[in-house]
Design a protein around this ligand. Structure first.
Ligand code: FES
Length: 118
C-alpha cells in the first residue's frame, strides 16, 4: 500500500473554482509518485480553504458520503464519524471528541478562477 501524504507540492492545478458551489465543499484525491493525497476544499466566495482529509480524532477521512464535509447550515466542518466540529477559517476543532486539536491545513490559492495548490 502506498503512503498517505499530508502535503502536496505547490502549483498543482485542481480545476475551476466554479466546480465548487459557494459555501460548499469538495473532495480531492491526488495521485503522486510518493503516494496518495486526500484533501478537501471549502469555497467561500472567490476563495477556498483547504485541509488534509484526516480527522485528528481517529485519523479517517471526514466524510462518509462524498463531499459531505459541512454542517447543515454550512457554518462549520463536521466529521461524519463522531461529530467533531472544525472552524472553516483555521481548522481548529471547536466541538466533539478532539476539541483543541486541528485539521492540517492544505494551502490553496485561486488564480483567475482556477484553484491551485500553494
Ligand atoms: S474520527 Fe472524526 S470525530 Fe472521530
Amino acid at each position: 500500500m502506498s503512503e498517505r501524504l499530508t502535503a502536496t507540492p505547490p502549483g498543482v492545478r485542481l480545476g475551476p473554482l466554479e466546480q465548487i458551489a459557494d459555501g460548499a465543499a469538495r473532495n480531492f484525491v491526488l495521485e503522486m509518485k510518493a503516494g496518495r493525497f486526500h484533501g478537501f476544499a471549502v469555497r467561500r466566495g472567490d476563495g477556498v480553504a483547504g485541509y488534509v482529509d484526516r480527522c485528528p480524532h481517529m485519523g479517517p477521512p471526514l466524510a462518509q458520503r462524498l463531499d459531505q464535509y459541512l454542517t447543515d447550515d454550512g457554518a462549520l466542518i463536521q466529521c461524519s464519524w463522531h461529530g467533531a466540529l472544525f472552524r472553516i477559517d483555521d481548522g481548529a476543532c471547536v466541538g466533539g471528541p478532539c476539541t483543541g486539536a486541528a485539521l492540517i491545513p492544505w494551502p490553496l490559492e485561486v488564480r483567475k478562477g482556477t484553484i491551485f495548490t500553494a
